[in-house]
Design a protein. Structure first.
Length: 209
């Protein structure tokens, strides 16, 4: 395996959103064609984030939770403890991945994870993410710079979902959200992280073959 084929995995624990965002930008701006790709697994303290095209009107009531305008795609979402974040720092040009194919790959990894627990999860046309019975389980937001991706996906595992009621998740006023715990999954964050990591690695390896 060459350096460019390698995939570096980092488990970072709980990281402030702005710190992680700055680190992603720094990594992406400084990498070159030979820099190995990385997947970062982490959690964030409570925060609302608004994408590049996000509208303030979708922030209905933020209480004392910080709101950060960020450079990812998409509208508004919430991050908090008990939600798994996966940041995908990939050279999409080198992997010959288009934005849509990367979105579908990330969605498929979550769908495959749900299959492990006999949960029927689906995509939704024109609304990236993963859904169960119409409720959003995982959200996606990406940025491509210099032919490389950063940001990624968030998966609700075992968290306080209340802050989602303060916003229009992903810009949809009637969007309900769910989490694996409410779908009967009792495995730990560590176990689920390992399973999702395996699915992502398998899909990336299949795409490269």
């Amino acid at each position: 395996m060459s350096a460019t084929d390698a995939l570096v995995i980092r488990h970072l624990g709980r990281v402030d959103y702005e710190t992680a965002w700055h680190d992603m930008q720094t990594f992406t701006n400084s990498r070159d064609h030979n820099t190995p790709d990385e997947l970062w697994f982490l959690e964030h303290p409570p925060v609302f984030t608004l994408g590049r095209n996000g509208k303030q009107e979708h922030l209905r009531h933020t209480d004392d939770i910080a709101v950060i305008n960020t450079d990812r795609g998409g509208q508004v979402t919430y991050h908090g403890p008990g939600q798994l974040i996966v940041y995908t720092l990939l050279n999409v040009n080198r992997r010959q991945l288009g934005v849509q194919s990367l979105v579908q790959l990330l969605e498929q990894a979550v769908i495959d994870l749900c299959v492990d627990y006999r949960i029927d999860a689906q995509r939704r046309e024109k609304a990236p993410g993963v859904y169960v019975d119409g409720r959003k389980l995982a959200a996606l937001g990406l940025r491509i710079r210099k032919g490389c991706s950063f940001h990624g996906l968030s998966l609700n595992i075992d968290m306080d979902l209340t802050p989602f009621s303060m916003i229009d998740p992903c810009g949809y006023a009637d969007m309900e959200v769910t989490q694996l715990r409410d779908l009967g999954v009792t495995e730990s964050m560590t176990t689920i992280t390992g399973q999702l990591q395996n699915h992502l690695e398998n899909l990336l390896n299949m795409q490269d073959s």
